[in-house]
Write a protein that binds this ligand. Structure first.
Ligand SMILES: Nc1ncnc2c1ncn2[C@@H]1O[C@H](COP(=O)(O)OP(=O)(O)OP(=O)(O)O)[C@@H](O)[C@H]1O
Length: 240
């Protein structure tokens, strides 16, 4: 079974003169454990692709299947609890990190675990482990206002990964980070892909990070122009 299946996915914004076809007839599958990069110029439709798969942005046409559940088929599938599917199966890492301002770094991560009914002591342990892996062991009890942009971004990443979601959707997760912390994030994503069989889609402009991916999708004018194996794109035959 695929973790993500997309068939004929099309997203059109607006009507008449202001109509924009942001994604046009995208069809692909991602297996559990695959780490996929999405590359493409500004405005090509990368974020729209992620949000349409991520149950945030209703597709205009086409089908989206997440971990075996058909979530969209010519619009949302009626009768589904989209919030619950989002909470249980998906992890999002977006540029705006949306941390809860009155909770510490630890508590921001623990909330995501407790909402899915993990006991408090286990939530604490998991939150501390993730934050420490992301070089935030010294910031556990800080509030978001006392964190740098890159630190807040990493807390948001820890929160998105906390429940070991089957599908992780990340929009420029390393853009605000220095090379060392960017590499930590990529290592953590790779680890989750391998150990938890999560399928991970990462929109990135960050060519420093591209070599860790299993596959690369090139988006151009709303179309997935080339889906190439990483080896062909980078020419690095030591990979994989
Ligand atoms: N809510 C919206 N309403 C109308 N048009 C939109 C909306 N969101 C995006 N678009 C348009 O859809 C197209 C694709 O946008 P999208 O944000 O998906 O591109 P992107 O590749 O993620 O861009 P960037 O790299 O700049 O973030 C663009 O032409 C954009 O202007």
């Amino acid at each position: 079974m695929f973790a993500i299946e997309v068939a004929g996915l099309t997203k059109i914004y607006g009507k008449g003169e202001t109509m924009v076809t942001a994604i046009s007839d995208a069809t692909f599958q991602v297996k559990p454990g695959e780490l996929v990069a999405i590359l493409g110029p500004s405005g090509s439709g990368k974020t729209t692709l992620l949000t349409s798969i991520g149950l945030i942005n209703e597709p205009t046409r086409g089908k989206v299947v997440i971990d075996g559940t058909v979530v969209a088929d010519e619009g949302w599938r009626p009768g589904l609890d989209l919030k619950r599917i989002r909470r249980e199966k998906l992890g999002f890492i977006f540029q705006a990190h949306n941390l809860i301002p009155f909770l510490t770094a630890m508590e921001n991560v623990m909330v995501a675990l407790e909402i899915n009914h993990l006991p408090r002591s286990e939530a604490r342990e998991r939150a501390e482990e993730l934050l420490t892996t992301l070089n935030l062991g010294h910031r556990l009890n800080n509030y978001p206002s006392a964190l740098s942009g890159g630190e807040a971004q990493r807390v948001a990443i820890a929160r998105a990964l906390a429940n070991r979601p089957k599908v992780i959707l990340a929009d420029e997760p390393t853009a605000a980070l220095d090379t060392g912390n960017g590499k930590n994030v990529m290592t953590l994503l790779k680890k989750l892909a391998v150990e938890n069989h999560s399928a991970i889609l990462v929109v990135t402009h960050d060519h420093r990070m591209v070599e860790g991916f299993d596959r690369i999708f090139h988006v151009s004018d709303g179309r997935i122009a080339g889906e190439k194996n990483n080896l062909e794109v980078t020419g690095n035959h030591e990979l994989g």
